[in-house]
Write a protein that binds this ligand. Structure first.
Ligand code: HEM
Length: 140
């Protein structure tokens, strides 16, 4: 049983990350594909304009980042998507991201969801899905 759990965690690419929800309720509460696309695009605008974190994205491939974030949030919310990007440790290693910078990005995400009138319960459910990624993203 332990071996199976380990194999499942490794196949998922990240030992910290729980399996996606079985229900697609959160995906629908975020507005499905259209809603998630709008959230990600709003977040990208805020990130590149946020003096606390903008410098990290100076050389970023924003087109790729947009696509990966849409897939990831769709997947994490139980939607019909496969995340095809790098795992969170790989994609953030060596970027020297601080906890304060991580929190700044989360604040930007909350602002976008507020602006789009996403239900507060749905906001919190999404944040609970993203929170376990923090140790893989923030510098050790
Ligand atoms: C929950 C929080 C976060 C999530 C879900 C997330 C998600 C992602 C994803 C999906 C990618 C694309 C991986 C790929 O290319 O396959 C990525 C890349 C990246 N992330 Fe994050 N990230 C988070 C936090 C942060 C923070 C706080 C920063 C910096 C302040 C950051 C900076 C970057 C950078 C610079 C890239 C590479 C972009 C490029 O060059 O294409 N991320 N992230």
């Amino acid at each position: 049983m332990a071996a199976l759990a380990l194999a499942t965690a490794l196949a998922g690419g990240c030992a910290h990350q729980p399996a996606p929800p079985r229900s697609d309720a959160l995906y629908h509460d975020l507005g499905g594909d259209a809603g998630i696309t709008a959230i990600v695009e709003g977040l990208l605008y805020k990130m590149v304009d946020d003096p606390r974190i903008a410098h990290h994205f100076a050389d970023a491939d924003i087109i790729n980042l947009r696509q990966r974030l849409i897939e990831q949030i769709c997947f994490e919310s139980g939607g019909p998507c496969v995340y095809e990007g790098l795992d969170m440790q790989e994609s953030h290693a060596g970027r020297n991201i601080s906890e304060a910078e991580f929190n700044a990005l989360v604040e930007d995400l909350i602002d976008v969801m507020e602006e789009r009138s996403v239900d507060v319960g749905a906001q919190n459910r999404l944040l609970r899905r993203l929170a376990p990624m923090q140790p893989d993203i923030v510098r050790q």
